[in-house]
Design a protein around this ligand. Structure first.
Ligand SMILES: [Zn+2]
Length: 340
């Protein structure tokens, strides 16, 4: 199945990068050719590892950088991403593309600062990919920042073009049932698939539930799958088949229950149970991660987007115990700025 270009709403494609959405052919995880072995080494950096919209003490919000040579590709841009990039020694002028898994605040909070910083210091067009709503978000941020652009900074050089001309935004096809190639250049190939987040009633009236995607990245001779946020999902399970590295979100229900007992002691038990049930449907628990990783034969598992933060949990081993019981490969609980 091939997605027609017309299905990508509001896509603003430029020649600035070798964006392959125009062809947008579906690929199977197994068929996708690997980027040449001569490609430079690729590193995945967990810039921020917390989950949820609340800003936390011990961990920055979810954000990741794939670094190939001096090129940087961002996967989710939660609050603090630019500070974390600086801490990792990454040059914000070298961001080639931004990939959003979905539009919860912990995943897209700092897209605006990333875009304006690109306008201020960068050159060329920065492409942003994500589920339906990405174009709305990017172009809205460009417009909303008009006063910021007018204020400007004395960066020298010729006058800057409008921010809208220095970004491009593409909505991925809705409810992707099969992997689709969304981007490739000399360093990376990036594919996406729809996953199963948002399994709860919407908080505002909607025509349909929003979408969330996972990304599969081939770079430096390795394949890395980033889950974004998802509940148990057969598509996600297939998508990670044979990956060298699985970077996955994780929720730990016992720790959530304990946290709610402390922080929402006055809430009816039914409310707390409902919250926990929702987390289990919309996110991945260790046992499910282990089951999928073992079945898919992934090379290693990296846990990120912790809910709750392990620093707030009494039993840190609970995040990995049920993975290790069924999956024999290495399992790492990522910290901010870890490199894989
Ligand atoms: Zn999240």
């Amino acid at each position: 199945m091939t997605f027609a270009f017309a299905t990508i709403r509001n896509a603003v494609l430029t020649a600035a990068a070798a964006i392959t959405l125009a062809s947008c052919a579906t690929v199977s995880a197994q068929e996708a050719p690997t980027v040449t072995a001569a490609a430079p080494t690729a590193q995945w950096i967990t810039l921020g590892t917390s989950g949820g919209p609340a800003v936390q003490v011990h961990r920055s919000q979810i954000a990741n950088a794939l670094v190939v040579g001096d090129a940087v590709y961002l996967f989710d841009v939660g609050n603090g991403v630019q500070r974390q990039m600086a801490m990792a020694g990454l040059d914000e002028n070298h961001v080639r593309a931004v990939f959003l898994s979905h539009h919860h605040l912990d995943h897209n909070a700092d897209l605006g600062p990333v875009l304006v910083t690109h306008w201020t210091f960068g050159q060329g067009v920065l492409p942003v990919f994500g589920p339906e709503g990405t174009s709305h978000l990017v172009l809205g941020l460009a417009d909303a920042n008009a006063p910021t652009l007018l204020a400007g900074f004395p960066t020298g050089g010729p006058a800057k073009p409008p921010l809208r001309d220095m970004v491009s935004a593409a909505d991925l096809p809705f409810a992707l049932q099969e992997p689709v190639l969304v981007y490739e250049d000399e360093n990376v190939r990036v594919s996406a698939i729809g996953v199963d987040h948002y399994q709860l009633p919407p908080s505002v009236p909607l025509d349909h539930m929003p979408d969330a995607v996972a990304y599969r990245v081939e770079a430096g001779g390795r394949t890395i799958v980033f889950t974004g946020d998802s509940g148990p999902s057969p598509r996600l399970a297939r998508f990670m088949q044979g990956a060298d590295l699985l970077v996955t979100e994780v929720v730990e229900a016992e720790a959530i229950a304990a946290l709610l007992t402390r922080t929402a002691a006055g809430a009816p038990d039914a409310v707390r149970q409902s919250i926990i049930a929702g987390m289990r449907r919309n996110h991945l628990e260790p046992a499910e991660i282990g089951r999928m990783a073992a079945a898919a034969g992934v090379g290693a598992v990296v846990l990120t987007h912790f809910v709750p933060s392990p620093e707030d949990a009494a039993d840190r081993e609970a995040y990995v115990r049920d993975i290790r019981s069924v999956y024999a490969g290495p399992v790492t609980m990522a910290n901010d700025l870890d490199r894989f």
